[in-house]
Design a binder for this molecule. Structure first.
Ligand SMILES: [Zn+2]
Length: 80
């Protein structure tokens, strides 16, 4: 009754560890397509965090840049 999900041992492209990956099967179209993960869940999680952190870093970086511009405007204020 229950559909068996195809699983196989996959070598993680990031850390090289082998892990049991579960394919995502699309039943749309024929033949059905299978997508296999290329990273172990640990690396996947790590990348997700990196993306989030990268976004935050971008936001943090934008602020000093603004500050620099403000400082430049102050310093560049003509004294004549
Ligand atoms: Zn990995």
């Amino acid at each position: 009754m229950s559909q068996e999900k195809p699983t196989k041992e996959i070598q993680c492209e990031s850390c090289g560890n082998t892990f049991l990956g579960e394919a995502v099967v699309s039943m749309l179209g024929s033949p059905p397509r299978e997508w296999w993960p290329w990273e172990c869940p640990t690396c996947e999680e790590k990348h997700k965090l990196e993306v989030e952190r990268g976004h935050q870093e971008y936001l943090v970086q934008a602020r000093p840049e603004e500050r620099k511009l403000m400082a430049a405007a102050e310093w560049g204020c003509p004294m004549v």
